[in-house]
Design a protein around this ligand. Structure first.
Ligand SMILES: *Cc1c(COP(=O)(O)O)cnc(C)c1O
Length: 409
């Protein structure tokens, strides 16, 4: 429901009056940690004179990221969302096509489907791992779709289903052992949203490098940041070059500016690439710290009756992006809001997961397949501070705040 201008103004005024604005006094959810080579490399970039998208910095960042991810091709883009848009286009998604997406996700991948003029088809979340349910994907393809000449069509509407867009949520990963073969045998392309999964491994391989294309984000609250930015990776050179071409205004002839088709200006700047390079150097240290923090939270959760952590499948080595747990069964969204309010009173920033996509006005008219678990996960989930710069004292304060809020459940 659209928020009227009057309401919006009231909200802004109320927000400004809030006693504790986020970040000033709260232990932040995921603040950037910039005390390594960040200033030095950004300074070096400025002194080199290459501050825009030309020059050596982007290629340096792309090579370093590709090497770390274990893929031959990486294309830096202005943010993860634009990377998803181009990855879907490069995978052949056209207006009217269906794209299988999780119901429980941040909105960006679903928005990217809309940018293509395509139709998101929402699949439920696995109740244990919270990732897109591989069984739901298999059932949807088996029951609702048919193959014609190697292409997948929805039986009822006759619409083409072109791709699956699994999202690796909260630093864990989807069940790719099931999703990939199911998608492939139905002729679907697989674009992985690994925005939250830099450093997450699936059977020893970087999540986001298993499908046709993977997309990462360097937003300020992600595992590593470039102050905004994204990366599209692929093993397929044609796909990667297609993304690079579209991100560069689809310039067929850079001398005479000849364009065959519609392009985009989605390139990253060199200043951001320099920042990203410095952050990438620190990824292992960040992962180690996040693992320690998650272990401390996991232990604390064990002492608080009814709280449940996300289950991580044994083949996944997570990056612990945002530590998130469920409040006891039966707690509804109201109870979760109150719990988050109490954490804030204790000086701890916390937040909920995302409204299930099928329930949002922006996504109507919708196509959702047997959604059962996503709404309950949304109602019960709480994310708590997980940044790599958290001190032991801060972790102790978060745990004490959890115990205090839990005692009033
Ligand atoms: C952050 C995020 C994105 C978008 O990345 P931006 O760089 O902010 O555009 C996409 N998908 C998921 C799951 C994310 O968490």
């Amino acid at each position: 429901m659209a928020m009227g201008t009057g309401n919006l103004l009231k909200w802004i005024v109320a927000f400004r009056r809030m006693k504790s604005p986020p970040s000033a006094t709260l232990i932040p959810l995921h603040a950037p940690e910039l005390s390594g080579n960040e200033s030095r490399l950004v300074q070096e970039c400025l002194e080199s004179g290459w501050v825009s998208s030309a020059g050596p910095w982007l290629a340096r960042f792309e090579r370093a990221f590709a090497a770390r991810a274990g893929v031959p091709h990486a294309v830096a883009v202005v943010n993860g969302t634009s990377g998803l848009h181009l990855a879907l286009k490069a995978a052949g998604v056209e207006p009217g096509d269906g794209v299988l997406v999780p119901d429980l996700t941040f909105a960006a991948p679903v928005n990217a489907v809309h940018y293509c003029g395509a139709r998101p088809i929402f699949l439920d979340a696995d109740p244990q791992t919270w990732q897109m349910d591989a069984a739901a994907l298999e059932e949807f393809l088996a029951q609702e779709c048919e193959l014609r000449d190697g292409a997948c069509f929805e039986k009822k509407s006759g619409n083409r289903v072109r791709a699956a867009l699994p999202v690796h949520l909260l630093g864990s990963a989807c069940d790719m052992d099931r999703i990939l073969p199911a998608a492939r045998s139905s002729g679907l392309r697989v674009v992985e949203d690994a925005a939250e999964a830099v450093g997450t491994l699936y059977r020893g391989r970087q999540a986001g490098t298993l499908g046709d294309c993977g997309v990462f984000s360097f937003n300020g609250n992600k595992i590593i940041t470039a102050g905004g930015g994204g990366m599209v990776v692929s093993r397929d050179e044609m796909l990667a070059e297609r993304v690079r071409y579209l991100a560069n205004q689809a310039k067929d002839d850079p001398e005479e500016y000849f364009h065959r088709e519609l392009g985009y200006n989605y390139r990253l700047s060199s200043v951001q690439a320099a920042l990203g390079l410095a952050q990438l150097e620190r990824l292992d240290a960040f992962l180690a710290r996040k693992r320690q923090v998650a272990a401390a939270y996991g232990e604390a959760l064990g002492r608080l009756a009814g709280l449940e952590a996300m289950r991580v499948a044994p083949e996944v080595s997570p990056n612990f992006w945002l530590y998130t747990f469920l409040l006891p069964r039966g707690v509804a969204a109201e109870g979760r809001r109150a719990f988050i309010g109490r954490l804030r009173e204790e000086g701890v920033e916390a937040r909920s997961l995302w409204h299930p996509m099928h329930s949002l006005p922006v996504n109507a008219p919708l196509r959702a397949f047997r959604i059962r678990h996503a709404p309950e996960l949304f109602a019960r989930a709480v994310s708590i501070p997980s940044g790599p710069g958290l001190t032991d004292a801060q972790v102790e304060r978060v745990i004490a705040a959890l115990a205090a809020a839990h005692s009033r459940l």
